[in-house]
Design a protein around this ligand. Structure first.
Ligand SMILES: Nc1ncnc2c1ncn2[C@@H]1O[C@H](COP(=O)(O)OP(=O)(O)OP(=O)(O)O)[C@@H](O)[C@H]1O
Length: 268
């Protein structure tokens, strides 16, 4: 594994994994990940299907806890806090470290209530109208929906629904936004809009994105982690981090043969 830690450390590290092994039951899905995610940057995870990109992403906000067979060894730090320490409340982790999924999944509620739902649940005491407007503006959706706040979120287009989900994630004032293939269900124009949005989001947030689309990784991310899969003698397929560096280096001057072949489209 090649990890250009010095480049990652140009800014503060927000998330760090140390020797992270992730299991589903006895199956080792991802092994021995050491990686620092820098603040106010976009970090992309790329690699062939099944190498564990989503599994790793979900460890950063303890979403895997909801899967019964899940087990992690090693450490995941958010700044200097071990996210898997017994006293840590996973609900609070998920407030600070939000998630946007592959398929837009607005609640069957109005546009306004989609945004207000999380803050209300958290007992937000400020001006809700202002928070809704600010979140929608940050998600580049305000102009599209300012006259439709009472309409169902499900009445919006796919791309608008995904931006609504991003606005919903922003509304609870997170620090990190995890995105699991956020554009895979979108048309090219909506994809471009979400990519532009991701670019703006890093001014305020740290973004980690899983993507199958290498052009997308090279367009939106500052850092790229390439994962691959190794098949064991028993036939188990375990993902591992091959190389982690500035996106430009991964795409133009990768240090590992497997990275070179993957980014040039030879496999995956
Ligand atoms: N809930 C689960 N229970 C058991 N095994 C799982 C579960 N989720 C994922 N896996 C397995 O863990 C491995 C990694 O899956 P994961 O979805 O994280 O990979 P990925 O790189 O995100 O794949 P893709 O690009 O196809 O989405 C795969 O072998 C997968 O079958």
């Amino acid at each position: 594994m090649v990890t250009n830690i010095s480049t990652a450390n140009q800014t503060d590290t927000v998330l760090r994994t140390e020797g992270l092994n992730i299991y589903y039951g006895n199956f080792l899905a991802v092994r021995d990940v050491w990686m620092d995610i820098p603040k106010n940057r976009v970090t992309a995870f790329i690699g062939p299907s099944g190498c564990g990109k989503s599994t790793l992403l979900r460890c950063y906000n303890r979403l895997n806890d909801l899967i019964e067979s899940f087990r992690a060894e090693g450490k995941v730090f958010y700044y200097d806090e071990n996210l898997y320490a017994p006293q840590v409340d996973p609900v609070e982790v998920r407030r600070k470290i939000g998630m946007v999924f592959q398929r837009p999944n607005p609640f069957p509620k109005s546009v306004y209530d989609n945004i207000a739902f999380g803050p209300r649940l958290n007992g937000y005491k400020g001006d809700m109208d202002e928070l809704v407007e600010r979140s929608l503006k940050q998600a580049a959706l305000w102009d599209d929906v300012k006259d439709k706040l009472k309409q169902s979120g499900l009445s919006l287009s796919g791309g608008q629904q995904q931006r609504l989900c991003i606005a919903r994630a922003i509304a609870v004032q997170p620090d990190v936004i995890l995105m699991d293939e956020p554009c895979s269900a979108l048309d090219p124009i909506s994809t471009l809009q979400v990519e532009e949005l991701i670019h703006e989001l890093k001014q305020r947030y740290t973004v980690v994105i899983v993507t199958h689309n290498m052009q997308q990784a090279s367009r939106v991310s500052d850092m790229t982690a390439f994962f691959n899969v190794q098949t064991s003698e028993k036939g188990g397929r375990t993902g591992y981090l091959v190389e982690y560096d500035r996106t430009e280096a991964i795409f133009q001057n990768p240090q590992q043969q497997a990275t070179k072949e993957y980014v040039s489209g030879k496999f995956g």
